[in-house]
Design a protein around this ligand. Structure first.
Ligand code: VGL
Ligand code: ZN
Length: 245
């Protein structure tokens, strides 16, 4: 029976329907009691595909940009090699309205890299960056982005920042990426890009808790490292079961 027939058959009996539901739910709510389902294994749901997810390789995060990450541009040749080697490639793009609430400029008296309290908790303030449609929001000119099957934009709601490619900073609002990967049968992801300790790390942590097998290629990432954030986030990723390669 082919995967497609198996999937159709699975939906034809109440038990199998229940089982399929558990598979899809497991990617939203990991459960230690359903290890097979957490791995995404089941009739028609073998999550065998892999994808490279390239996080925020945009001009504003590279030298000369408004929120430049040291050596942010140095990873582009390696990421291009990785893009060539993966069958499936997804890109993310930080994509803020000009009046985004994470910009220090929106909070009189506040400076970039300070902190404010948002309804969803503390939020670091940033210089204006990655404004929708601006040159700073464009991908680095040397990035070989054309192969990407999906570009996921994040941080477009004025009142919520979004580091993770999966959930915005309120930890509740999904970007849709988990559903997209699940529907495509992609269960294993490799992350690279900017910045290691913010968008890459939060994406990796969310992906693990959604049931994906996650590798972060540290050689293809660079960090902002704000107040020890790099060490903190490396530790959190390791503890969560992210493979740091
Ligand atoms: C990022 C800070 C603000 C990132 C995005 O891509 O890591 N960091 N917006
Ligand atoms: Zn941002």
């Amino acid at each position: 029976m082919t995967g497609g027939n198996a999937a159709r058959a699975a939906f034809s009996t109440p038990f199998a329907t229940f089982r399929a539901m558990r598979v899809s739910q497991s990617l939203l709510t990991p459960s230690p009691f359903w290890p097979n389902f957490c791995a995404g294994i089941g009739d028609g749901f073998d999550m065998a595909e892999e994808a490279l997810i390239v996080i925020d390789v945009q001009n504003d995060f590279c030298p000369g940009g408004s929120l430049a990450v040291t050596e942010g541009d140095k990873i582009v040749p390696l990421i291009n090699e990785m893009i060539a080697g993966f069958e499936h490639v997804v890109l993310t793009q930080d994509w803020h309205p000009a009046n985004h609430s994470s910009f220090a400029s929106q909070h009189p008296g506040k400076e970039p890299f300070g902190t404010i309290e948002m309804p969803y908790g503390p939020q670091t303030l940033w210089p204006d960056h990655c404004v929708q449609g601006s040159g700073g929001a464009a991908f680095h000119p040397a990035l070989k982005w054309a192969k990407a099957e999906l570009v996921i934009r994040k941080g477009f709601r004025r009142g919520i920042d979004s580091y993770s490619a999966f959930h915005e900073n309120d930890r509740k609002t999904p970007t849709g990426l988990a559903g997209y990967l699940r529907e495509r049968g992609i269960g294993k992801i490799t992350l690279a890009g900017l910045a290691t300790d913010f968008c890459v790390a939060y994406s990796a942590l969310d992906a693990v808790s959604l049931g994906f097998d996650v590798t972060v290629r540290l050689d293809a990432c660079r960090a902002i490292d704000l107040g020890g954030s790099l060490e903190t986030m490396l530790g959190r990723m390791r503890d969560a079961g992210v493979t740091l390669a």
